[in-house]
Design a protein around this ligand. Structure first.
Ligand SMILES: [Fe+2]
Ligand SMILES: [Fe+2]
Length: 313
């Protein structure tokens, strides 16, 4: 089975430079900006508009269309300020992707940037969230017996005060996640998808509040892969699991233009028997999307050894 995983699309806001952007409050009404969106807009105008670019996102979408996967997973942060127009632009993009392969998504903190936005406009994305809108209705479960794979999508998107980009899963979702992991143990390759990485080294203002509870749950029940985004850089690691490390894979931003931390997306190749999981990053470097050497996700030392195996003929 082949999965395309893209995350942190941060769909670029209207072009026209800082002056055009700063007119947005007059376009949408100043009340829409009497909150965290005001600082978010300033940050977009001064900094993020140079980093999140259409040419990167267009290259990712063209690559997925040219080489259709079996499933497309989207890891959240499609929006920047959670404006209704951003949800609509994201819906159009999701429809395009849906014409290529089935799509499932989880939201990110930028999709819940201000209270009520995700609950109101997130309904536009319901075809790709199995109808989930309110956080406690999650997770969704995408069972693919034909591939021996089950994907469980969690929402960590909750509105946070200014300066806080953290997230939270909540007890109801954790309980259902544990049930799903137990039910599919040994039967499927269990892939857990969420926006916020659960590891401890994430800086305090970007952390998942109940990461400890998630880590404890994974240590008890295990999973074959945890997929996340949020930090806009490709990383892999291992989380404690009952039968050895649970591989964690953190995807790059699908729109980021940055030579040090290139944007792009990941192609995941999974096989249930014999069990195999290989990741091929496709990253935007020197003005084009390029396939990079495949690797097996997991803790750095073990991953290096397994990557050598992948590279061997
Ligand atoms: Fe993001
Ligand atoms: Fe995020």
């Amino acid at each position: 089975m082949e999965i395309a995983f893209l995350t942190d699309l941060h769909l670029p806001l209207p072009a026209g430079g800082p002056a055009a952007l700063l007119r947005l409050p007059w376009t949408f009404g100043p009340r829409a900006f009497a909150n965290k969106r005001a600082s978010g807009l300033l940050s977009w105008a001064l900094r993020r508009s140079r980093r999140h670019r259409h040419e990167v996102l267009d290259a990712v979408l063209a690559d997925i269309a040219r080489d259709p996967p079996d499933l497309i997973l989207v890891g959240g942060d499609l929006c920047n300020l959670a404006l209704p127009e951003e949800f609509e632009a994201a819906r159009e993009l999701l429809e395009r992707l849906d014409g290529i392969a089935p799509v499932r998504l989880v939201p990110g903190n930028h999709d819940a940037y201000v209270p009520g936005a995700l609950e109101t406009y997130g309904r536009l994305w319901a075809p790709w969230t199995e109808g989930r809108v309110v956080r406690d209705d999650w997770p969704w479960l995408c069972d693919l017996p034909q591939y021996g794979v089950a994907v469980i999508g969690l929402s960590t998107a909750v509105p946070r005060p200014w300066g806080d980009a953290g997230g939270e899963i909540g007890e109801a979702q954790l309980r259902r996640l544990e049930e799903a992991l137990a039910a599919f143990a040994g039967e499927r390759l269990r892939v857990v998808l969420l926006h916020h990485p659960p590891h401890e080294r994430t800086s305090a203002h970007k952390r998942l509040a109940d990461r400890r509870a998630l880590l404890d749950l994974l240590a008890r029940r295990g999973a074959e892969l945890v997929l996340c985004g949020h930090l806009h850089r490709l990383e892999t690691d291992g989380l404690p699991g009952p039968d050895g490390p649970v591989p964690l894979l953190q995807g790059p931003s699908a729109s980021q233009l940055d030579e040090r931390r290139p944007g792009g997306y990941l192609r995941l190749r999974l096989a249930a028997a014999p069990r195999r999981l290989v990741v091929e990053p496709r990253l935007f470097r020197d003005g084009a999307l390029r396939a990079e050497g495949p690797f097996t996700p997991g803790p750095p030392a073990a991953a290096a050894a397994r990557t050598a195996e992948v590279a061997a003929p």
